[in-house]
Design a protein around this ligand. Structure first.
Ligand SMILES: NC(=O)c1ccc[n+]([C@@H]2O[C@H](COP(=O)([O-])OP(=O)(O)OC[C@H]3O[C@@H](n4cnc5c(N)ncnc54)[C@H](O)[C@@H]3O)[C@@H](O)[C@H]2O)c1
Ligand SMILES: N[C@H](CO)Cc1c[nH]c[nH+]1
Ligand SMILES: [Zn+2]
Length: 434
């Protein structure tokens, strides 16, 4: 059997057998956020800033070997409808099933204004949808109609009037997903050049308020760099999974779920954390077997070799600590007491509890968005949700009595900050009554 190169890290007993930097290195991964992809994204953004559409065309030809003129960026409504009609009924039905689950779940996230009224004071946080948002659906080594649904539907539930889909690859099924998600416009551009065009605006590509959606290291680096020109949802780069398994887990399921994420990208991360020593060789054997006839075996094998590991720990407490330190996009719990462990996990994009909850269900049909924080961002970030498509504006109204009550504190604080103008602005209003 060919050696997969799936390393084992023995962290039992404090991990004295290991070079501590190896596990620390996995935990502080930063796919696309530094290094070559980050530098490439910077150069691409500068080029699009300088040359607009012409740069988008040239970069598309260089990185995607596609000839594209600005007139071809946007796919017309007629072409989209024709493409959608070509999709087979069974694939259409699967998309409709997925869309239904996603819509039902996201409707539970609808936001309302919050605030309070006390005497002559009224303070509100007003919620309103963003005006124009772009959804990036990846299309480098695979097409992602599911990502169109996972980002487009929450945007429409939030009430965004103009949702623009960008993707380097727009096969019929992606255009059908756009129709089901009620996307308004579709542009067949991708990579960091698409992100730059959306953030800056070009003669052909409208400038948007926010860019959401997953992508590879170049797309993710570009999104991070344009933040400020527009908003972004967060870091949703190369896919990751941690499978936490004990001696009760089926090694075939563990291997299948590691592969299901590893096959996304050579930069994908797939980690097994276990307290069962015999599980490790059983999973490695299952991985090797299952990769045998996997169409994307080359990608998955490289990802498992370079970004994967089996991590051996002492007990359940150590498994939980390891997951929270790694902060994965997905964590899957194949444990005797998965429900209890789920409650202790504080840093993960999504938690999949028990053997009948494969991560793939979250990718397609269960409902919560599969656009999730990667590269450790689950320490501070959330899944994509309706909240990503709204903004809050504070609305304040004080009556004269309320201002009179606050004015002494306003004036005192303003003068403490050396800002006499602020103090006077408050006091002036009360002059006649004082
Ligand atoms: N975190 C999430 O929520 C989530 C969800 C779905 C998918 N994903 C991830 O999305 C990614 C999809 O990646 P993909 O590559 O298939 O599609 P992609 O659309 O993200 O990237 C393809 C584009 O990258 C650009 N590119 C490729 N090589 C380049 C280079 N050398 N220099 C500059 N630009 C270059 C090209 O413009 C190309 O169109 C995977 O990493 C997958 O794991 C993440
Ligand atoms: N697992 C990906 C998120 O990391 C989402 C996806 C889309 N299609 C299949 N999977
Ligand atoms: Zn997936």
């Amino acid at each position: 059997m060919r050696d997969l190169g799936f390393r084992t890290l023995d962290l039992r007993g404090g991990g004295r057998a290991e070079d501590p930097s190896t596990w620390r290195g996995l935990c502080s991964r930063a796919a696309g956020l530094e290094g070559e992809a980050d530098a490439a994204a910077r150069a691409i953004i500068a080029d699009v800033r300088a040359r607009g559409d012409a740069a988008v065309c040239e970069l598309t030809s260089r990185f995607e070997q596609r000839t594209l003129t600005p007139e071809q960026f946007e796919i017309s409504r007629e072409a989209r409808a024709e493409a959608a009609a070509r999709v087979s009924p069974d694939l259409r039905a699967a998309l409709v099933t997925a869309a239904h689950g996603i819509r039902v779940f996201h409707e539970t996230q609808a936001h309302a204004d919050t605030g309070l009224e006390i005497e002559d004071v009224s303070l509100y946080s007003r919620v309103a949808p963003l005006r124009r948002v772009a959804v990036y659906a990846p299309g480098g080594t695979a097409a992602y109609p599911s990502s169109v649904l996972m980002a487009g539907i929450p945007a429409k539930v939030a009430g965004v009037p103009e949702v623009i889909l960008v993707t380097p690859r727009a096969p019929d099924v992606v255009l059908l997903a756009a129709e089901i998600a009620e996307v308004d416009r579709v542009f067949q551009i991708g990579g960091a050049q698409a992100i730059a065009a959306l953030a800056l605006g070009t003669a052909t590509v409208p400038r948007v308020d926010k860019i959401v959606g997953p992508g590879n290291a170049y797309v993710t680096a570009a999104k991070r760099q344009v933040f400020g020109l527009c908003a972004i949802d967060g870091i949703a780069g190369p896919s990751e999974i941690v499978v936490v398994a004990d001696a009760t887990a089926d090694p075939e399921l563990v291997a299948a779920d590691l592969i299901a994420q590893a096959e996304h990208d050579v930069l994908a991360c797939a980690i097994l954390i276990t307290d069962s020593e015999p599980l490790v060789p059983a999973v490695i054997a299952a991985l090797t077997r299952q990769l045998g006839d996997l169409p994307r075996a080359e990608i998955a094998s490289q990802a498992l070799r370079e970004h994967g590991a089996a991590v051996l720990v002492d007990d359940v407490a150590a498994m939980v600590a390891a997951v929270n330190a790694y902060a994965p996009e997905h964590v899957e719990l194949l444990l005797a007491d998965a429900d209890a462990v789920a409650k202790q996990i504080t840093s993960a994009g999504a938690i999949f509890v028990g053997a009948f909850t494969p991560e793939a269900a979250g990718d397609y049909t269960a409902g919560p968005s599969h656009v999730l924080p990667t590269a450790g961002a689950a320490r501070f970030a959330s899944p994509l949700g309706v909240w990503d498509f709204v903004k809050h504006t504070s609305v304040l109204r004080l009556g004269r009595d309320a201002l009179a009550a606050q004015a002494p504190a306003i004036a005192r604080l303003a003068r403490a900050e050396g800002l006499e103008g602020h103090a006077r602005a408050a006091e002036l209003r009360l002059r006649e009554t004082t």
